[in-house]
Structure formats: C-alpha cells, structure tokens
Design a protein around this ligand. Structure first.
Ligand code: EPU
Length: 344
C-alpha cells in the first residue's frame, strides 16, 4: 500500500470529472486502512476528517474542485454466507464489492431480496449510507447490520438496522455519523425459497408483460429492472452521471393541493403526513429535459439525471447547472429541490 501524490480522480467518479487528490491510497484490508489512516500526511497539518475522503464506486459524488487531502479508495473484497433456517440466509459482502455483481451473485444462488435493486451503480459499502432504493425496495428492507471502523478510536463497531436510522435516501452515516465511520462490510438477510416477489411498481408489471412472464421468479424481476433502467438511465461508463441528482421532494398536503389546482396532472405519492412528488416531473415541466448548456445536460429520458454530456464538464459547471434547475423549480412550483449527490 502506497500513498500517491497529485492523483487524478477522473476514473474514480462516475461523473468523469477531472480533478485530483493531493494524496491517494487504495486499501485492500482493514489492516491497510488503519495503517494509511495513521500515516495520513495531512494529519500533521489539520488532523480533521474533512481532510480524508473515503471512496467506494464514486457513483454518488460530485467533485467541484481538487481535493486537498487524502482520498482512500476502499477495495475490501469478499462475500460469505450463513444459512440460518430453511428459508433464510445471511449474506455478508465487504464494502469494495461492486453492488450489481453482488446482486447477481445472490440471484445465481437463488437468494431473494435484492433483485429490485439490480444495476444500481456503486459498491456494497456505500449502499447503507443513502439507503439505496429502486422499484419498490430499499436496502433497509433486507439489511441486518454493518461493521464500521470508528475513525476516532480506530475500533470496529457494529450497527444494526435500527441504529442506522434509515430514511428515504438517508441514514445516520449522512447525519450525525457523517465523517465518523467507514463502512467495512454489510450483512443482508435474504430468502432461499418462498421469495417475496415485488412487482407493485407499475413499470415492472409492464416490463414483465412485455417479457411474456406470468409467474415471475426473482431472476425475472431482476431482468425486468435491468431492462427498465437501461431504457431510461444513462450508463455511467458511456456518459458521466451519478443517477438521480436530486431527491424527490416531500411537501405538506396544503402546499400540494395549491400546486395541484394549477397542475391537476401532477404525479404524487403519499409519504406519511406529507406528499411526495417526483422531481423528474417538476424538472421536465420547467423545460429542462434534454437541455444542454456547455458541457452539461439534463438527460433526455429521465430529467432527474444530470449528465456530463461532452465528457469535459467540470464539477463546478455541473453544480451551477443543478443550481439553475433548483431556481427554476422554485420559481415555477415554490418547491425547493434538494441535491441527492454528495458535493465535495
Ligand atoms: N417523470 C417525469 N419526467 C421525467 C422523469 C420522471 O415526468 O423526466 C415522472 C414519471 O412519469 C413518473 C414519476 O416521475 O410519474 C416517477 O418516475 P420514475 O419511476 O422514473 O422514478 P423517479 O421518482 O424519477 C426514483 C429514484 C430512482 C429509481 C426510480 C425507480 C429517487 C431520487 N430516484 O426515480 O433512483 O431508480 O425511482 O424506483 O428517489 C437513483 O437514486 O440514482 C435512482 C435512479
């Protein structure tokens, strides 16, 4: 394990933004991680965690400038399984495992629970941070626990589902635990038979019909999700992006009714006492879908996604583009969009 200097992060963030890290190290074990934390050359200057950044798949991050500290790429690998009864198995994956490959590994073993989360970019280790979710499933539905390294004590701790305080695209790791822990491995409870097939998300039903599947298996659901995602979400290997750039906002029922009077066709979903509205729809109504300014564009098939259209966008340009979107949604609907992507 070596610490490199002035290291380009272009291949380490799915936006493909060309920034550099003052120091960069890739770690393959907890031992290496602790060693690099102790060696961190910036410690002498600052001794604060803001000078350290942990990267997984780099799929939910926007670098707006060079990083003036140490970036640690977590490359811990390995998957283990423990059958706990005739219906269920505990599967533990180290943080550096690629998420989609891990989902496919589980599907090949006929372990159910993650199929609706197929093809989400990123690594296992970052999945609990924002409680990744898609097509009617969030990881909190199957999450048992994760092991983390406490950055203050350098001790390993365990967080169970409750302690993670999962919410919509949210967890303790984005709130009071921010910058305090590194996720090392995650354990999921999956089914080995009598799988719960979740097809209530409209698009899945339609896709399964197109596939002429009447009694879907978990593998069929995964295929349907892959088809849907491929049909409207850009592949970060082809065009830089970080998936949904904004969260879907939740607003009060009163506020929603005011908007609905003006825009009766507005899609919406109940969310406790609030109403959730799709940011993609709001952004499209403001005329952004498919629009490009300089190197940055709003994706032409899903307005919630901002893309590095030319491959040459700077993080600042992408950030400024997102600000223009926020301003116009605010002006038209009086609704404040919140960025989902981590801005550095
Ligand atoms: N819509 C539009 N225009 C658009 C995009 C969407 O009108 O350009 C409307 C759709 O017609 C539909 C509604 O918005 O009525 C919802 O659209 P969609 O099913 O595509 O889902 P989403 O709410 O836009 C969320 C997640 C996605 C996830 C999908 C499917 C968030 C921030 N995003 O998007 O997650 O794949 O649901 O479950 O919650 C991600 O986090 O990176 C991500 C892609």
């Amino acid at each position: 394990m070596t610490i490199q200097e002035n290291f380009s992060l272009k291949n380490h963030n799915t936006f493909g933004v060309d920034v550099s890290a003052k120091y960069f190290a890739e770690v393959h074990s907890v031992g290496e991680l602790i060693e690099v934390l102790k060696q961190n050359p910036t410690h002498a200057l600052t001794n604060t965690p803001t000078q350290q950044l942990f990267l997984g798949g780099g799929s939910n991050i926007l670098f707006t400038k060079n990083f003036d500290g140490l970036v640690i790429q977590l490359d811990l690998k390995g998957v283990s399984e423990q059958i706990i009864n005739e219906n269920e198995v505990l599967v533990t994956a180290k943080s550096g495992e690629n998420w989609h490959e891990f989902v496919q590994f589980c599907l090949n073993k006929n372990y159910g629970g993650l199929e609706n989360l197929s093809l989400i970019p990123g690594n296992v280790g970052t999945s609990p941070m924002q409680n990744i979710g898609a097509y009617g499933t969030e990881i909190k539905d199957v999450f048992v626990s994760c092991k983390v390294l406490n950055l203050e004590t350098l001790e390993i701790e365990e967080f169970d589902n409750e302690k993670c305080r999962f919410g919509y695209r949210d967890s303790i790791f984005k709130q009071e635990g921010k910058g305090k822990y590194v996720i090392l491995e995650v354990t999921f409870k999956l089914t080995t038979k009598n799988h719960l097939i979740k097809t209530e998300y409209g698009a899945i039903k339609g896709e399964l019909e197109k596939m002429s599947v009447d009694n879907p298996t978990i593998q069929d659901v995964s295929k349907a999700v892959i088809h849907i995602r491929q049909s409207k979400l850009p592949d970060p290997k082809v065009i830089g992006n970080a998936g949904s750039f904004f969260k879907n906002p939740t607003i009060s029922k009163e506020r929603f009714q005011e908007v609905q009077i003006k825009y009766p066709e507005i899609p919406h979903y109940p969310s406790g006492d609030l109403v959730k509205v799709p940011a993609g729809w709001l952004i499209e109504q403001c005329g952004w879908k498919g629009k490009q300014i300089g190197n940055v564009a709003c994706h032409n098939l899903q307005a919630l996604v901002i893309v590095n259209a030319t491959g040459n966008a700077s993080g600042r340009e992408i950030f400024d583009f997102s600000s223009l979107i926020i301003d116009s949604v605010k002006e038209k609907f009086g609704i404040e969009l919140e960025r989902e992507v981590n801005i550095i």
